[in-house]
Design a protein around this ligand. Structure first.
Ligand SMILES: NC(=O)c1ccc[n+]([C@@H]2O[C@H](COP(=O)([O-])OP(=O)(O)OC[C@H]3O[C@@H](n4cnc5c(N)ncnc54)[C@H](OP(=O)(O)O)[C@@H]3O)[C@@H](O)[C@H]2O)c1
Length: 341
């Protein structure tokens, strides 16, 4: 399988490391022979139709925080030019999330789909703004769009609902989909730390971005909720359909009151009927959704299985790159099934 990587940051690098270390295993177990034929970062692109040397990619990244020293590097070759001219089967889009207009990821994904390349992304922005349209574009061009890593990093939240609960009907979804805010609320709850100090701690531990606005205002979990609503429940919604309030109004006093009621305040993203919301809610301390620290958790209420909860680390380069590999294997399986029909 010929792969184009757009972005080689935390997630992209972790994924290429998996390929470097496990190519033989992946081929033996899953019958996939991955070959990275192009990698693009801000400075330009490295392209080699026979497959790039991954060792040289890492050496260049280490020396210059960029792929610019790779022998196949072409400065100023843009991602769109690469997507339009380089032959490949799958594009892995791992550029930064932009929730204002989805760019540059949105153009990358649209161009790749129009060029009949399958797409795997961990970038929530384009999906939160335009998932129904992107799914239509993929179907029209008879290619696949996969995005396991956009919700819960490496936790197979989307796969659990979509594959393991096949035949059942998901009636509602409730979840903690943001590790940063869960860490902050946990610190406020356990040690009475102020929100400001808890945020500083989260930044020092690498859970929170330098600009934590998307997390604190509930935008990040709202993006994930939109992806779940479309993919799992077949709705056709975007982030504009979500009623969003973040955690900035939560006081230590509110948390103490919740404790007195045997509950904790959590930032809950939920889908109930036609209502999509992200807001702080009281969760009973003994409910499986009441997880602490930077953990994520999602409870699906299904017609037959009733409540099913999945818990895990919601982010991290290596965790999320595992989700990309899952998607790659899923694409191969789907293609094999299609060829057999
Ligand atoms: N990190 C996580 O734990 C995690 C978990 C789940 C989902 N995600 C999502 O996954 C995506 C990637 O995350 P990350 O942590 O790997 O981000 P990152 O470390 O900031 O890496 C982003 C990469 O995209 C490249 N890039 C930026 N603009 C570009 C453009 N116009 N054309 C080509 N390349 C461009 C950057 O190039 P340079 O190297 O030249 O700067 C960099 O290599 C994001 O959307 C993020 O929200 C991340």
């Amino acid at each position: 399988m010929r792969i184009i990587m757009i972005g080689l940051g935390t997630v992209g690098t972790a994924f290429v490391k998996i390929l470097q270390q496990k190519t033989n295993e992946i081929q033996k177990i899953y019958g996939i022979k991955p070959r990275v034929v192009a990698v693009v970062d801000i400075k330009g692109a490295a392209v080699n139709p026979h497959g790039l040397s991954l060792n040289e990619l890492f050496e260049s990244k280490q020396a210059q925080s960029s792929i610019a020293l790779h022998p196949d590097f072409k400065p100023n070759l843009s991602s769109i030019e690469v997507l339009e001219t380089v032959d490949a089967d799958v594009v892995i889009e791992v550029t930064p999330t932009n929730i204002i207009n989805g760019e540059p990821g949105l153009s990358h994904i649209m161009t790749a789909l129009k060029r009949k390349k399958h797409v795997i992304t961990t970038n929530k922005g384009p999906l939160a703004l335009a998932l129904p349209a992107l799914m239509e574009l993929a179907a029209y061009n008879r290619v696949l769009l996969r995005f396991s890593g956009t919700v819960g990093g490496g936790i197979p939240i989307l796969d659990l609902a979509k594959k393991c609960l096949t035949g059942d009907k998901i009636i509602s979804i409730k979840g903690i989909l943001n590790g940063t805010t869960n860490y902050i609320l946990t610190r406020m709850d356990e040690d009475g730390v102020s929100m400001e100090d808890a945020l500083k701690e989260a930044q020092q531990k690498g859970y929170a971005e330098a600009d934590p606005t998307y997390d604190l205002k509930g935008i990040d979990p709202a993006c994930k909720l939109v992806i779940m609503a479309n993919w799992i429940m077949g709705k056709s919604v975007t982030i504009r359909d979500v009623d969003i309030s973040g955690i900035t109004g939560v006081l230590v006093r509110d948390i103490e009151e919740a404790k007195n009621q045997g509950a904790a305040i959590k930032l809950i993203a939920s889908i109930e009927g036609d209502k999509l919301s992200v807001k702080p809610q009281l969760i009973p301390r003994r409910h499986p959704l009441c997880v602490n620290g930077s953990l994520n958790a999602v409870t699906f209420k299904a017609e037959y299985a009733d409540e099913v909860t999945i818990v895990g680390k919601g982010a991290g380069g290596i965790e999320t790159s595992g989700a990309i590999l899952r998607d790659l294997i899923d694409i191969r399986r789907e293609l094999t099934l299609l060829q057999g029909t």
